[in-house]
Structures are given as C-alpha cells and as structure tokens.
Write a protein that binds this ligand. Structure first.
Ligand SMILES: Nc1ncnc2c1ncn2[C@@H]1O[C@H](COP(=O)(O)OP(=O)(O)OP(=O)(O)O)[C@@H](O)[C@H]1O
Ligand SMILES: [Mg+2]
Length: 199
C-alpha cells in the first residue's frame, strides 16, 4: 500500500498522521516513510525517537514516482509526508502513491482552504488513477463541529472516511516519540484497506 498524506494548508496534522499510520502499517510488513517536506519534520521526529518501527528517508523532490519505484522492491508499504504549499512536490507524491489521505481539523478555516488541495488531486487524477479520502483530525469529543464538517464535506461531494482522529494530548505531544502500531490510526488503516480491496 502506498499512501500520500496531503494538504496544501499548513498545520492540519499531516506529519502526525504520516508517522502514526506508518507505525500501524509496520505491524503488517516492511514500511518506508518518505519525508517529502523540505522542513524535514518527520526526519527530525525520527532523530529524536531513534528507533522507529519503519525506515525513513528524506526526499523533498519533484520526481517521487520514479524514486519510489526504485526504492520499493522489498518493501510492502510506503507513506509519504508532504509539505504545505509546494505544489510540485505534492503533485509528484500524489502521482507516486495512488492513495491520498487529506487530514483536516473540523474548522471553517480549514474547510475554506481545502479547495486548492482537492483541485490538485483532481488534476493528477486526470492522468494517473488515485483514490482520495478526507480524514477528520483533532476532533473534540462532545462537540458539533465534526458532524457539521461532515455535512459540509458531503455537500462538496468529498469522500470522507468514517474513522476520525480525536484531539488527544498524547498525539499533540507525540513528536519525537515511538508510536505503537496500536495507535488511533489503526482504524484509519483498517478502513483504507477495506476501501482498497473494494476498488
Ligand atoms: N489528534 C491530535 N490531537 C492533538 N494534537 C494534534 C493531533 N494531530 C496533530 N496535532 C498537533 O497539531 C499540530 C500540527 O500537526 P502536524 O505537524 O502533524 O501538521 P502538519 O500538517 O504536518 O503541519 P505542516 O503543514 O507545518 O507540515 C502539531 O502541534 C501536532 O502536535
Ligand atoms: Mg508536517
């Protein structure tokens, strides 16, 4: 399985999602996390954590498709963490993977900024087939924001995962730690696998 974590807006939870999803995938087979963000947040995370359960490389490049094909023999899974704002890198990550996960907190400002990301995915989809899903992150318990966001996204015709990630102190402070495979992203992975099998 190859998954790109994409949102052109900054601070939506891409890196936290990439690292925890890679840890969940690593329970199932050899997994590579590609840090395609020139800021190198996932790489810094791995320096702090030292022994993550997956391999990690920094590749902030615009030809990820070719490079990932070179790297993938021997690996079962790859997750690509992408930067905000750099359309060329994000485009190549989308083309290189095929499964696109767009993390977004349930807030109006994040919804308002989603358009360019969806447009870019649609652009790539016109030439190479992709499956893309929006994932709600930082969802506050017992509030209406997630339900309202789901309604708005449904009206926009967006594919939204049923799984969602709660706002959690343990995730907010997880930078530099070693996530277990059994983290809140496990249910995200289960749902993605069901969708991939169904495609
Ligand atoms: N489920 C969560 N609960 C609480 N805090 C979270 C959660 N997910 C992410 N965060 C926090 O939200 C902030 C943004 O997360 P993250 O760095 O993953 O976003 P990003 O999209 O990778 O940002 P950038 O666009 O700058 O690369 C971080 O401070 C992170 O710790
Ligand atoms: Mg990031």
């Amino acid at each position: 399985m190859r998954i790109a974590i994409v949102n052109l807006k900054g601070g939506t939870g891409k890196t936290v999602t990439a690292v925890h999803l890679a840890a969940a995938l690593a329970d199932q087979g050899r997994t590579l996390l590609v840090d395609a963000d020139p800021q190198g947040s996932a790489l810094s995370w791995s320096e702090e954590a030292e022994r993550l359960p997956f391999a990690i490389v920094g590749l902030p490049v615009r030809d990820l498709q070719r490079r990932l094909n070179d790297l993938l023999p021997g690996l079962m899974h790859a997750v690509v963490d992408t930067p905000p704002g750099d359309r060329a890198i994000v485009r190549s990550a989308i083309a290189a993977t095929g499964i696109i996960l767009v993390p977004i907190p349930p807030s109006i400002i994040d919804l308002d900024r989603l358009g360019p990301t969806l447009d870019l995915i649609a652009e790539v989809d016109a030439t190479s087939r992709t499956q893309s899903f929006v994932l709600l992150t930082r969802v506050r318990a017992a509030t209406r924001s997630a339900r309202l966001t789901r309604e708005i996204l449904a009206d926009m015709g967006v594919s939204l995962l049923e799984a969602q990630i709660p706002l959690r102190e343990s995730l907010a402070t997880s930078f530099g730690t070693i996530p277990s495979g059994d983290n809140p992203y496990r249910v995200v992975l289960d749902e993605l696998m069901t969708k991939e099998l169904a495609a």
